[in-house]
Design a protein around this ligand. Sequence first.
Ligand SMILES: [Zn+2]
Length: 499
Amino acid sequence: MDCRNRKQFLARLLLALAVAGGVLVLGSTEAMAKAKYVFLFIGDGMGLPQSNAAEMYKASLAGFDKPGIVKLNFNEFPAQGMTTTYSIDSLITDSAAAGTAMASGVKTTNAGVGVDGRNKPVKTIAEMARDAGYKVGIVSSVSLDHATPAAFYAHQPTRKNMYEISMELSKSGFDYFAGGGLVDPEGKKSKMQGEKVNAIEAARKAGYAVVNDVAGFKALKPGQKAMFINPRLQDSQAMAYAMDNAHGDVTLADLTAKGIELLDNKKGFFMMVEGGKIDWACHANDALASIKDTLAFEDAVAKAIAFYKKHPKDTLIIVTGDHETGGLTLGFAGTKYESHFSRLNGQKVSYVAFDEKFEALKKTNPRFEQAMAMVEQDFGLKATGDAKDPMVLKDYEMASLKDAFARTLAGDYEKSKNDQEYLLYGGYNPFSVTVTHILNQKAGLAWTSYSHTGVPVLTTAIGAGSEKFNGFYDNTDLFLKMTENMGLKSKIIYLSQAN
Ligand SMILES: [Zn+2]
């Protein structure tokens, strides 16, 4: 080796040592940042307008006399990112494709659950966590076989295969399922041939303690796999809207706290918690029901924050939305530069609870005045009074309400193919959707859709490796960032290759 070669050799050796050293240093910091306890909170339909509306509403409750917001606890997290949500076949995703993107890192077609765009099953982060020895919990305020929770344990070409999905639930081996019920436990809507096992029975046989009473829920103890179905269900096997809950009803925060109690162990856990009815309220254009469910979602996040404070080095909390719903915006042509969130407080019940009351009234062949009395009681909107009182209906508002009343009495509006009628009522009870539109507009809020929209959502994070969640990225990146932080394989894994 001559002098020049020796110099080159030394230089190369130093470079190699530096690289190896760098890798070692990187490796050790990554090990330090490993997230052992991971919470993924998904506000279904919770875009920026939904969370910001809740913050403006909180400010109005706090009696702010100047414009301002009271931040939601998760919007104060140090890491903040914007997340794109489009699916393979649409700029506007559905919950199944969005859930699959977050759970498995692949873009898929709308309605696809735990499969890629060609219906090939992909492993979910929850399944990867289970196989790595983490305990796993899945919590939702809607039915447990609904698209978002299903995307973490099931693999079906379509979210409509609810029986097949609920049968996969019991095979998942996850430790904790809690929330609403199952939509098709007997497989009545399933095209599967042969005798069908009841999905709840299947869960029992798989070793789950299936509980659906409050005392049983409170008595659940670590060491047993548990499936809790809230005894208080409202629509489509979902838990009631937070604003319709009675004292003593089990809340999303209760489900989260119990999850922590059951899943906490030395090897760690992964828990997905969905606020599912933020979305449902927005589909129906009911702002206050959406805001109150967002606040219930915030209460659930508070339980995770309390846990994080005890284990700050090992805990990672991520809060995101799967898409925006309803095209909610914080402004309305009729109120120009004004907002009046306190006017929402005229509303006492969700549109669903109001629909139920209206259905009972409908059977008595009511006059408009009787329905209007219900509106005054449940929404604070008045037919007559001081013209300066903003809650007194203007002539054009009264006219639209009378049209909607007549349309509701005529019935069969759910399946109406009339375009104009769809724009007005979206297939919902025409009377109640008109009432929420009027009330929301008086508060300075407006809607552009009864479906989802394509605007990006806000993702926030705190804890181990949370800095990765800063910036602008896609919903599939959430899977990559989470798996990386948990020390799992950070790549798409097809289930056929998984074993
Ligand atoms: Zn959704």
